[in-house]
Design a protein around this ligand. Structure first.
Ligand code: FAD
Ligand code: NAD
Ligand code: NAD
Length: 525
């Protein structure tokens, strides 16, 4: 590729780094097929790492290798904003309107452009030149951490100075759906989006979504909204009591389900698929209850597995409990090998070992990994707490930090309307800190027709009607572990992530709850 060779002289000038008292970590070697920085997986984490490396080491040659057809892009709009586009042109361009109404493209754009390489161009490059290069449609099949080499699907071998593993996750499949494969798909990539979008162009489609977590719930709402005028039917099936049942406290999960249903989704909670059978052009699902559900297409959204195939072959340490590659607080797996994003089990100095499957973690972790890769004496700790967010229909949007696990004790504080200033603390913490226990108690009280006390939790979701949406208009849920606040959910309450980060890891004290929640403005309505 003449272009690459041509630029090579300038790469030599800046590449030898004589002018910089080298804070940069990767050796300046001029050797064919040597890249000082190689990032495996062209996703969010690699993109952020690339930017961080180039900031710290402006003359760095960074090679990103990904097996999708396009470069790093945002996955979040694929299950949300992309389905709310009003023009097909916008969709075809992979653009969407963000929450502020601004049109954006899902392809990640930063300060500098990324040069897309063909496999042929890569072959003809004499010496790696300064800048960010992207090789698409290429799988890295082997990693040799002793030799510092990788092998590509083409058979080519490259040497690296520092390497980032950012291979993301692989959607899980459901064995019970075997046999109906051509009617079943997972959903993670732009390709997956395009296929599902094309499918629901024709009228009267019956879409079944299996899974009640982040993806299943967002997609159910989004597809149902999109398909309204096409008579598209969306049924969501999952084993929990309500949508997001593994994340939200029970009453909130039930309320969320009522909202998802309000968006037109037929929700089958407490349900599992027992068997499937092809009937003509459709699939008939039989649930464990015996109920039958017909589908033109089934989307399986039952979680992901950290993609550790390459790391495992390379002999890196894996996290048996959480999945993912074990790295330290500097996101280092071993010398010159770093990990970031979904496939990373890292040491969080505040909350302990974790693996996080969200966008901001991929951005922030990717940045720290990149910074450490580009500077041997930085040793930066990944301690900035990542956030995540979601929306589920017009009345639910949230941001969160830390660990949100419905098995933990929770304390909820809600704005109570219409009495403006009356905020209510959900848990009567003198007896219990747990919304879960409160739930049971409340349901009991409810059966007996007792009225709630003014300071207790909102009504259980069964008794909440859609018109009662103001009940969960704005709130805060604290997740507690050994009396410590390990997670915060800011419900319809945006821009409080910094305040939440400050509280994370602190001991929860009932007497101080008012002061604790003050920054969240629950009382301000
Ligand atoms: P990925 O973005 O998955 O990138 C990894 C890339 O590596 C992939 O392209 C993969 O094909 C490639 N790859 C893997 N192995 C190899 C190999 N051997 N060789 C070459 N390439 C390889 N998070 C939020 O916080 N908020 C949201 O609203 C939200 N919405 C989401 C919606 C959807 C539909 C999905 C799927 C996810 C959503 N997430 C959201 C999660 C978020 O997108 C992920 O946490 C994030 O993409 C993780 O980034 P990553 O770089 O670790 O992995
Ligand atoms: P998830 O881990 O959020 O949810 C898994 C769900 O699978 C569970 O809630 C459960 O309902 C279901 N499930 C598990 N076993 C099942 C079984 N045998 N039968 C039926 N259902 C079963 O994963 P996901 O929803 O598949 O999302 C995929 C990935 O994308 C995750 O990493 C997720 O974090 C990410 N994502 C994040 C966001 C966000 O942050 N807003 C949005 C979409 C996707
Ligand atoms: P985005 O794509 O710009 O970024 C999403 C999040 O990722 C950011 O909040 C940030 O924490 C992180 N991030 C992205 N790029 C980063 C970088 N280079 N460095 C460090 N962090 C980075 O967000 P968006 O498309 O504008 O929309 C999603 C965001 O908007 C979410 O945070 C969501 O909660 C928020 N939102 C706000 C409202 C509101 O009313 N204020 C409503 C809906 C959504």
């Amino acid at each position: 590729h003449h272009h690459a060779v041509q630029k090579n002289s300038s790469a030599e000038e800046s590449g030898n780094g004589a002018q910089e008292p080298s804070q940069s970590a990767a050796p300046r070697v001029q050797q064919k097929d040597f890249y000082p920085y190689i990032l495996i997986g062209a996703g969010t984490a690699s993109f952020a790492a690339m930017e961080a490396i180039r900031e710290k080491d402006p003359s760095a040659a960074v090679l990103i290798i990904g097996n999708e057809d396009i470069g790093p892009y945002m996955r979040p709009p694929l299950s949300k904003e992309m389905w709310f586009n009003t023009s097909e042109e916008t969709t075809n361009n992979l653009s969407f309107k963000d929450w502020q109404g601004k049109e954006r493209n899902i392809v990640l754009q930063g300060k500098e452009s990324i040069d897309v390489l063909t496999a042929e161009a890569l072959d003809n490059i004499e010496f790696a030149e300064s800048g960010a290069k992207l090789l698409t449609g290429t799988t890295v099949t082997d990693l040799n951490v002793a030799e510092q080499t990788i092998t590509l699907s083409s058979g080519k071998t490259l040497k690296y100075g520092k390497i980032l593993l950012a291979t993301g996750g692989v959607p899980k499949s459901l064995p019970v759906l075997k046999g109906a494969e051509d009617k079943v798909s997972t959903f993670r990539s732009v390709e997956d989006f395009k296929k599902l979008h094309a499918l629901v162009q024709s009228k009267d489609k019956k879409i079944v979504i299996v899974g009640g977590g982040f993806l299943g719930s967002e997609l159910a709402v989004a597809v149902s909204h999109y398909g309204k005028d096409k008579n598209v039917n969306v049924t969501q099936i999952f084993p929990e009591d309500g949508n997001m049942g593994l994340v939200f406290p029970r009453y909130l999960s039930k309320w969320t389900t009522s909202q998802v249903e309000h968006e037109g989704v037929v929700v089958k909670a407490n349900s599992r698929v027992a068997s499937t059978k092809t009937v003509g052009d459709q699939v008939e699902l039989t649930l464990e209850s015996g109920e039958k559900v017909i589908a033109d297409h089934i989307i399986v959204a039952v979680g992901i597995e950290a993609n550790v195939e390459l790391a495992q072959k390379a002999g890196l340490e894996l996290d048996e409990t959480r999945g993912g590659v074990v790295v330290n607080a500097e996101l280092q797996a071993r010398r010159n090998v770093y990990c970031a994003g979904d496939m990373t089990s890292f040491h969080d100095v505040t909350l302990g070992r974790r693996r996080v499957e969200h966008y901001d973690n991929a951005i922030l972790g990717g940045r720290v990994a990149g910074q450490n890769m580009a500077s041997d004496d930085l040793h930066k700790t990944y301690k900035h707490q990542s956030m995540f967010w979601s929306d589920l229909g017009p009345h639910i949007g949230y941001e969160a930090v830390g660990i949100l696990d419905s098995k933990l004790s929770t304390v909820s504080i809600w704005t109570k309307k219409p009495t403006a200033a009356a905020a209510t603390a959900a848990a009567d913490a003198s007896t219990t800190d747990s919304d879960n226990k409160q739930d049971a108690a409340k349901e009991e009280a409810d059966k007996e027709g007792k009225r709630e006390r003014a300071t207790s939790a909102p009504l259980p979701a069964e008794t909440v009607r859609v018109e009662d949406k103001e009940k969960y208009n704005k709130g805060l849920v604290l997740y507690l572990k050994n009396k410590k606040i390990v997670g915060l959910l800011m419900w319809n309450n945006f821009g409080k992530v910094e305040d939440a980060r400050k509280i994370l890891g602190e001991v929860y004290d009932t007497d101080k709850v008012e002061a604790l929640v003050k920054p969240f403005g629950i009382h301000d309505e």
